[in-house]
Every structure is written in C-alpha cells, then in structure tokens.
Design a protein around this ligand. Structure first.
Ligand SMILES: Cc1cc2nc3c(=O)[nH]c(=O)nc-3n(C[C@H](O)[C@H](O)[C@H](O)COP(=O)(O)O)c2cc1C
Length: 183
C-alpha cells in the first residue's frame, strides 16, 4: 500500500490535547490539537502545530498564554463540539458543557474534567508549511492524583488518554489497545 505523502499523519498515533486560551477580553477558547510534542527538558519546552486561521493562534498572539489539557477517552464524544469553528469569543467550553477552573500561573482557564494540565507561556513560533509551530515555555504541570502511577508517570490504564489517527478515527482503550472509531 502506498497511500501518498499526505497520508503520513495517518500512520502516527498522537495524543489529543485540548488547548485553552483567552481573548484580550478574557473570553476563553478551547480547541483540540494532535500535532503536538514535548521539545526540551531544560528549559521545559512544549510545541504544537496550529493553522494560522485558528482563534487559538489569534489569542496566543494577543496575550501569549495557553493551557494544554490532557484528555481521556471520555472527551472523544466532545471532539465534534470542540472542533467546531464557532465565532471568535464564542466559548467552546460552554458548548461542550465543560467546567472552567483557574490555572495556577496563566490567565486561560484549565478544564476541570481533564486528566492533567500543562500551563505555558509563549516562547517562539515558526511558520512551517501551512501551519505555525508554536513553542511554549512550561510554567506549571499538574495531574490528578488518581492518574499518577507508581512509576512516576501517568497511569495510562486508569487515565485512558485519547489519541488521534485522522479525522473521526481515534485510538483509546489502554487495556486492550483496541483501536475504534469515536464520534
Ligand atoms: C482530534 C483533533 C485534532 C486536531 N488537531 C489539530 C492540530 O494539530 N492542528 C490544527 O491546526 N488543528 C487541529 N484540529 C482542528 C482544530 O481543533 C479546529 O479547527 C478548531 O476549530 C480550531 O479552533 P479555534 O479556531 O478555536 O482555535 C484538530 C481537531 C481534532 C478533532
């Protein structure tokens, strides 16, 4: 099988995060991202790839802060709501019925229902192809106690984090590594 060069992300299973930002008027925005990765330990840097048209990029350019919300399989059902292109300053968290919680070090809220939170301040950005690679300097990391395993890592089986393949195809179910479609 040779599915073509643009099919390459369909071979890379990636964690889904929901990134929260705020407008200058303090209105929250939330959007799912799967083109994302750790970059560096020292200093701690995190990066994700964002279409320049997204409100997420507009808000980060405006005030330079964001929260990376690590989400579980339960969020699979909410993806279609969170990825909807609502008008600017229309709060997706309200549409999705999610709860805003104060972040520790930055102004955008974190999502209470998430597994863990990585709070970032804008560090740098690079225009790469049709996306912007946004680099954040990590300010705070917190995970719910229930999902922090004995080995000092996320308890993947309990947390059951959501991963993305492409479009409506997600991977979850840490126990059997069963790949299934979540709508
Ligand atoms: C699971 C999933 C992963 C996504 N990953 C990305 C991504 O990595 N980069 C991107 O630019 N858009 C990605 N999107 C699309 C955006 O989330 C979507 O266009 C959203 O409406 C952007 O919201 P905003 O304009 O409020 O920032 C993804 C969507 C889903 C459902």
């Amino acid at each position: 099988m040779e599915p073509g060069v643009n099919a390459y992300p369909k071979l890379l299973v990636r964690p889904v995060v929901v990134i929260t930002t705020v407008s200058d008027n303090g209105i929250p925005n939330a959007a799912p991202f799967s083109f994302n990765s750790p970059i560096s330990f020292d200093p701690p840097l995190y990066g994700f790839s964002c279409s320049p048209a997204h409100d997420t990029w507009r808000n980060i350019q405006a005030n330079g802060e964001f929260v990376v919300n690590i989400v579980s399989k339960d969020f699979g059902e909410l993806m279609h709501v969170l990825e909807t292109d609502y008008p600017y300053e229309d709060n997706e968290l309200k549409h999705a019925g999610l709860t805003e919680e104060r972040a520790k070090k930055v102004r955008p809220p974190r999502i209470k229902e998430a597994i863990a939170w990585i709070e970032c301040k804008f560090e740098n950005s690079f225009e790469l192809g049709d996306h912007i690679w946004i680099v954040g300097s990590v300010q705070s990391v917190e995970v719910k106690d229930a999902y922090w395993g004995e080995g000092g890592v996320m308890d993947v089986e309990k947390a059951n984090p959501l991963s993305h393949i492409a479009g409506e195809f997600f991977a979850a179910d840490a126990k059997g590594a069963k790949y299934r479609r979540v709508k």
